[in-house]
Design a protein around this ligand. Sequence first.
Ligand SMILES: C[S@@+](CC[C@H](N)C(=O)[O-])C[C@H]1O[C@@H](n2cnc3c(N)ncnc32)[C@H](O)[C@@H]1O
Length: 261
Amino acid sequence: MADLLDLDAEVFHDYLSEVLALVQAAAPPQPRILDLGSGSGTGSIALARHFPQSAVTAVDLSEDMLRHLRHRAAEAGLGDRVRTVQADLDAGWPALEPVDLAWASASMHHLADPDRVLADLFATIRPGGLLTVVELGSFPRFLPAGLTGFEERAHAIADAARHAQMPHIGSDWGPVLSKAGFTVEAERPFTVDLSDPLPAATGRYARASLGRLRTGIGDRLDAADRATLDALLADDGPESVLHRPDLNVRTERTVWLARRP
Ligand SMILES: C[S@@+](CC[C@H](N)C(=O)[O-])C[C@H]1O[C@@H](n2cnc3c(N)ncnc32)[C@H](O)[C@@H]1O
């Protein structure tokens, strides 16, 4: 999973830069930053780079993710400004210092009770501080015409499974943030549609993403679709996403900027 998230950051580099420019324009110059559900550290590291005087705290349930994040931060020369806190936010709020800027990308929907976590987050953000929430509109698509029918069938099965597990996935967070007391200053949809020249990591990202589909719902595909997926995931061969020249990358994400009054 950490590798998939790192590849996501590489392939969606331009989108991430745009989001960070929005945040930079709205946040104070030397913020104390909190990254909630930090995963492999995409947000923590990008924020530490964009705010060179900042101190970043990354919170995640998974110690494996946090170990990976610490390694990435150290490699990027940011080890002294990025610290990690292992915590299950569903179980309670960890002891955290007040922050000026919080970031929750593709993590709010994992929570059992986002309202409770947002109440704790609201209390942790200083008055005037900013919260950025990112939600996924769709999981990335990669395949060309002729394979989009297969890709949509596979995602329909995966989406149904995700919705059963994570009822808040795809939520419209604006009203939820307002209810928690934040003032929503911006809601910005991003439609990413990448074609030639694609980022170098695209094939590996496609394979990691489709590989998760194989593990998650492969046994629920019919035999023909499973064979298609296996050919796409092969190391070699003309169908393999590692080698085929006709991939593109399409996804949708929404970003909210919300301020504690
Ligand atoms: C889809 S990943 C997003 C990671 C990162 N924010 C990004 O955009 O790349 C969601 C992260 O939320 C974390 N997470 C899920 N449930 C959590 C919980 N109850 N408490 C803390 N973190 C949680 C997962 O471990 C995972 O790293």
